[in-house]
Design a protein around this ligand. Structure first.
Ligand code: MG
Length: 398
């Protein structure tokens, strides 16, 4: 791998929380990626909702296929920009490990449960939960909880974090992955950005879901090709496709249009990022962190991407049929939370054994409500539905 000076070099990694000898044939970032692929949380992504619930159709994206698409887009851009492909891949494959069942509906419900149980609760944040999974919740290794990943992979996983939780993490790990979210008045400003690889995994996430949600939206019948004409980015590439293939229609027209849109966005990111890097001329990774974000769309593509997002929000994510399902999903999560809080013995003992009263965002042991939230967050859609039926006698979904 031919790395630029501003790329993350595994030989210069800030290392793992618990030091380990270097593997003989793999770099530290390749090893992170391998640990993620072998984790239990990764396998659960197969059965977790992206937008459409897992049982609604076999061909819709799940968190797993979404994560693979993010890794593909991220790697291909990283290669061209001479960034570290392995690190981008590790971050992409881990970025959604902390997602609850039922997508954002599940996450919002769990957050509300924690806050209503205790107004002072740190709540539920899915990026932080992804970090919690790789730092504490995976139980695979004899010597430590979690996967003991490198700083650079963990930094990329913690894409957002509330200031309050960031302060907790910073107290545990000074100058660590939460440092960039913590304000310290009177001190030198902390760095605000993660590595370019992390910035790239983040943008690749956006590019991937915007594209595949259009595809899944049409597949589900909730969006029509005609409606998509309202999206400037889509109509432009649809026209371009029809100019070359005038007889093309239906699925193939949709696929070819989305394919061209994806390519255009990838090339746009490559060009805009190259320009931003050339202007900033960061000498190394720490200079990247101290600079404003460098992985970006051009201004024009940023506007088009925003309008695509707005379209999906109004026409797909807020579609009455999606809203109806997500209301049921929220109910499932709320009922599960209440049932386990009322009777923790309904959880497998390995979970209730973790009650120890602490509430540090990265600790393994925790208050009962945090342990319950961890247990629910780890569930797949179908397991949550079955568990809900077992505990309440009601089948709300599927
Ligand atoms: Mg994602």
């Amino acid at each position: 791998m031919n790395l630029a000076a501003y790329a993350c070099d595994p030989a210069l990694s800030r290392g793992r929380r618990i030091p380990e000898p270097v593997a003989p044939t793999r770099s530290d970032f390749q090893r992170d990626r391998d640990r993620i692929v072998h984790s239990t949380a990764f396998r659960r992504l197969v059965y977790k909702t992206q937008v459409f619930l897992n049982h609604e159709g076999d061909l819709f994206r799940t968190r797993l296929t979404h994560s693979l698409e993010v890794a593909q887009l991220g790697r291909s851009i990283a290669r061209t920009l001479q960034l570290n492909e392995d690190l981008v891949e590790a971050i992409a494959l881990a970025h959604d490990l902390g997602h609850t069942p039922f997508g954002h509906a599940g996450q919002d419900a769990l957050n509300a449960c924690l806050k209503s149980h205790n107004p002072d609760s740190a709540g539920f944040e899915h990026n932080l939960q992804s970090l919690r999974v790789v730092d504490s919740l995976e139980e695979r290794y004899p010597d430590y909880d979690g996967l003991n990943l490198t700083f650079e992979t963990r930094e990329g996983i913690l894409k957002h974090c509330s200031k309050r939780n960031a302060r907790h993490i910073e107290a545990r790990e000074p100058g660590g992955v939460a440092r960039r979210f913590v304000d310290q008045p009177g001190h030198e400003p902390a760095w605000r950005q993660p590595s370019l690889e992390a910035q790239l995994a983040n943008l690749a996430d956006e590019i991937a879901y915007n594209a595949h949600d259009m595809d899944d939206g049409v597949r589900s019948g909730l969006l029509s090709l005609e409606q998509l004409e309202d999206v400037p980015l889509f109509s432009r590439y649809r026209r371009e496709t029809l100019a070359v293939y005038p007889a093309l229609k239906d699925r193939r027209l949709l696929f070819e249009t989305i394919r061209r849109m994806l390519s255009a966005q990838v090339y746009d990111v490559i060009d805009a990022t190259r320009l931003a890097i050339a202007q900033a001329a960061p000498a190394g990774v720490q200079a990247v962190r101290q600079h404003a974000a460098l992985v970006c769309f051009s201004d024009e593509m940023a506007l088009q991407s925003t309008s695509l997002k707005r379209f999906l929000l109004q026409n797909l994510y807020r579609h009455p049929q999606v809203v109806q399902t997500t209301q049921a999903a929220r109910q499932v999560v709320r009922d599960l939370f209440e049932a386990y809080m009322a009777d923790p013995a309904q959880m497998p003992q390995a979970h209730s054994d973790r009650f120890d009263g602490g509430d540090s965002p990265l600790a393994t042991g925790a208050k009962p409500e945090r342990v319950v939230a961890d247990y629910i967050a780890g569930m797949t859609d179908r397991f949550a539905v079955r568990e809900h039926e077992r505990l309440t006698g009601q089948r709300l979904l599927g």
